[in-house]
Write a protein that binds this ligand. Structure first.
Ligand SMILES: CCCCCCCCCCCC(=O)SCCNC(=O)CCNC(=O)[C@H](O)C(C)(C)COP(=O)(O)OP(=O)(O)OC[C@H]1O[C@@H](n2cnc3c(N)ncnc32)[C@H](O)[C@@H]1OP(=O)(O)O
Length: 172
């Protein structure tokens, strides 16, 4: 698949945190009302991201009617949000809470309503606080990639980062 993103050649390698979620296990929620992974959002992606056995994760997402963009196919923004969530969860494997600073999505094929997207994301490495990831999605045949993404996240101090807006959080 053609894409423009070029990760730096001198990325530092990373290893799993000793307390990282085990392979095959669901990586815990960011929080229960997160649009990407929360259980308590009436409209949300409800993604369950599963740890791989290295620095990778997987997730599946049924493409349901409210996700429609063009007639009969997924909206590109919904797909981008799913990539954001899946790639943004993977750094928990190295014990790093992060936020997105850059996300690039390549849309290769139309993705029909009624299909199920299978995501895979992997950590490529880091440079200081910057964590680089690559991800792809298929509809059941891993050889047929329908979309791919590259993401750059920056590690944060969770308490400090969200302090200013925490009192405005939505509680359901
Ligand atoms: C309950 C648990 C929940 C845990 C939270 C989990 C939630 C995950 C949810 C899914 C993910 C999301 O949607 S997150 C929501 C969307 N994202 C955000 O709201 C982030 C908004 N941005 C920010 O708040 C800020 O930019 C920060 C905090 C990320 C970085 O600011 P900073 O701390 O001042 O650091 P700064 O020096 O600017 O940047 C650090 C390094 O990153 C580089 N950098 C920064 N931005 C970019 C960029 N767009 N493209 C390239 N590089 C960039 C800088 O050059 C620098 O590199 P160098 O000079 O060091 O080389």
């Amino acid at each position: 698949m053609k894409h423009a993103f070029v990760p730096p050649a001198d990325l530092e390698p990373l290893v799993r945190h000793p307390k990282a979620t085990g392979p095959g296990q669901h990586i815990g929620l960011h929080h229960s009302t997160c649009f990407g992974c929360g259980d308590d959002t009436p409209l949300g992606l409800h993604l369950k991201v599963i740890a791989g056995d290295d620095l990778s994760v997987t997730a599946q997402m049924p493409v349901v009617d409210w996700m429609q963009g063009g007639p009969g196919v997924i909206h590109g923004g919904v797909l981008s949000a799913a990539f954001d969530e899946v790639t943004g969860t993977a750094p928990l494997l190295i014990g790093a809470p992060v936020v997105t600073v850059h996300l690039e999505v390549d849309f290769a094929k139309p993705i029909p309503l009624g299909s199920t997207l299978h995501f895979e994301a992997r950590i490529l490495g880091k440079q200081g606080r910057k964590i680089y990831l690559a991800a792809s999605a298929h509809l059941g045949d891993p050889e047929q990639i329908v979309a791919s993404a590259h993401a750059l996240f920056v590690t944060i101090d969770v308490q400090k980062h969200f302090a200013e807006h925490y009192d405005k959080r939505v509680i359901l």
